[in-house]
Design a protein around this ligand. Sequence first.
Ligand code: AVJ
Length: 318
Amino acid sequence: MLLTEDAPLSLRAPDPAFRRDIIEGLSREPKATPPIWFYDRRGSELFEAITDLPEYYPTRTETALLERHGADFAAAIGAGQAVVEFGAGSSRKTPHLLRAIDPAAYVPIDISGDFLRASSAELASAFPGLPVLPVVGDFNGELALPAAIEGLPRLGFFPGSTIGNMEPDSAVDLLRAMRRLLGKDAMLLIGMDRIKDRDRLVAAYDDAAGVTAAFNLNLIARINRELEGDLPLDGFLHRAIWNDDKARIEMHLEAVRPLHFHVAGQCFRMAVGETIHTESSHKYGARDERLLLRAGGWEPVREWSDADELFSLILAEA
Ligand code: AVJ
């Protein structure tokens, strides 16, 4: 059963935070914009398409882990939890977890209201009797959990290696904020992407079909549409590079010629080869994962990984 507390915010109107972040990001040296702004309707669709690409191993590897280890989750987590999912998106992985642990409520949190409403309705019909309480919001900001889950034990669910988008200091801040939000007896099931062969990593973010390029370039189209921009779509190239020092894939939009454009009435210039850094996707070794969790106030208790150790799911306690 789908239970919405208030009329969800419509995010269709241009978001003042989008404008602020883009102007600030383009004014910076080097230029860098936050990855949350990829996910308008088209961006969310393109991300879904990315998850099906042959080169993009994280989604299918994590989904297989969730399918395979249901009995382990049931034993380690137990039934009757309020499952709070951060950045729920289309929630395609969630049914595997919910079937395994038989929770008392499901609270998906996502910044894209349209996507969240559609996926919550779908999930609610697949789990009749499970209260589904969507929250539209940015989990990097202040959030309140629905009153209806008060008193229930909580399991945070943060799949997809979304934590990898954050710089280590912000990742630690977010883990601590989750711990505060969920309470002192909570658990957290989190997905992290492993450090691996460089070519395999780069291919996952620069696929042959060009879907990731379209996803990156869609930010340009969105800026033009929502912020009265005049950035030339053919003035930018998609770049995916492995930064070994920081153990992360970086996505950039690189100017292919000298550019001069406007956003919300402000003027910007880029030299040939200059980039807008649009996303970082941090990768972790097994010890890095545990160190990050501990720094964020969570003690790892179990871990599941595939045979090739491409991806891991870690269960931690507050
Ligand atoms: C949604 C942040 C996990 O970093 O792999 C995929 C986003 N960007 N391809 C990732 C993404 C380009 C994805 N996360």
